[in-house]
Write a protein that binds this ligand. Structure first.
Ligand SMILES: C[S@@+](CC[C@H](N)C(=O)[O-])C[C@H]1O[C@@H](n2cnc3c(N)ncnc32)[C@H](O)[C@@H]1O
Length: 191
């Protein structure tokens, strides 16, 4: 224990890889996804780009090869409470990246879009609503906040990918939503 709380107890790895705007093309991150993604169940990626292994993908950019091309919140709001087993969250990491992305697409940027903290609070609210107990949230960014303990998540793995030079590291977290995973076996198997 420290004055501010418990130390992080989970797995932490730090590895080098070349930077890439397409996060999931970075080899150690691709491996992380493979290792931490549940083999079954509904999985969503609201900011998928072109390289997401999620079951259902979305990206606001119509050129991306995704199932949907909606703003992330609109995409997430289509699904039922507790219906998802895993969700990837890999949004633009800064207000500047959001502005650049929207400008390229000819979209108007609102205050809500550029105030990343406010936008991320709404995204997190959707993740909390959508994931079943025991469901996995994998988040990428410049920090290890993830979805958060106060929202009922337990972080169990962090990957720090450093890129050298003046680049920021890319941080990836895996968290489990607290609670018992639903038993979906047919009742006939349980007797
Ligand atoms: C950091 S990149 C994700 C990269 C992706 N994981 C990959 O490996 O290629 C962020 C993505 O979010 C998309 N995006 C930005 N704002 C969005 C929004 N409001 N709703 C949905 N997608 C958005 C961008 O088009 C971009 O592809």
């Amino acid at each position: 224990m420290t004055a501010t709380g418990r130390h992080y107890q989970g797995r932490f790895d730090r590895v080098f890889a070349m930077p890439n705007r397409e996060t999931f093309k970075i080899r150690p991150i691709r491996d992380f996804l493979e290792e931490e993604t549940p083999a079954e169940g509904l999985g969503l990626d609201p900011f998928a780009g072109n390289n997401s292994p999620a079951l259902i993908t979305n990206d606001i950019n119509p050129d991306c090869k995704t199932d949907y091309h909606l703003p992330a919140l609109e995409f997430l709001r289509q699904f039922h409470d507790g219906s998802c087993t895993y969700i990837y969250i890999d949004p633009p990491y800064t207000g500047r990246q959001i502005k650049e992305c929207y400008a390229k697409l000819g979209l108007t940027v609102t205050m809500m879009d550029t105030q990343t903290a406010r936008f991320m609070r709404l995204v997190k609210r959707e993740v909390v609503r959508l994931l079943e107990p025991g469901g996995i949230a994998i988040c990428c960014g410049y920090n290890t906040m993830g979805i958060g303990k106060t929202l009922g998540f337990e972080m169990y793995r962090i990957l720090d990918v450093y890129h050298g030079g003046g680049h920021y590291d890319t941080l990836v977290t895996a968290e489990r939503k607290r609670g018992r995973k639903p038993d979906r076996r047919p009742l006939s198997l349980l007797v």
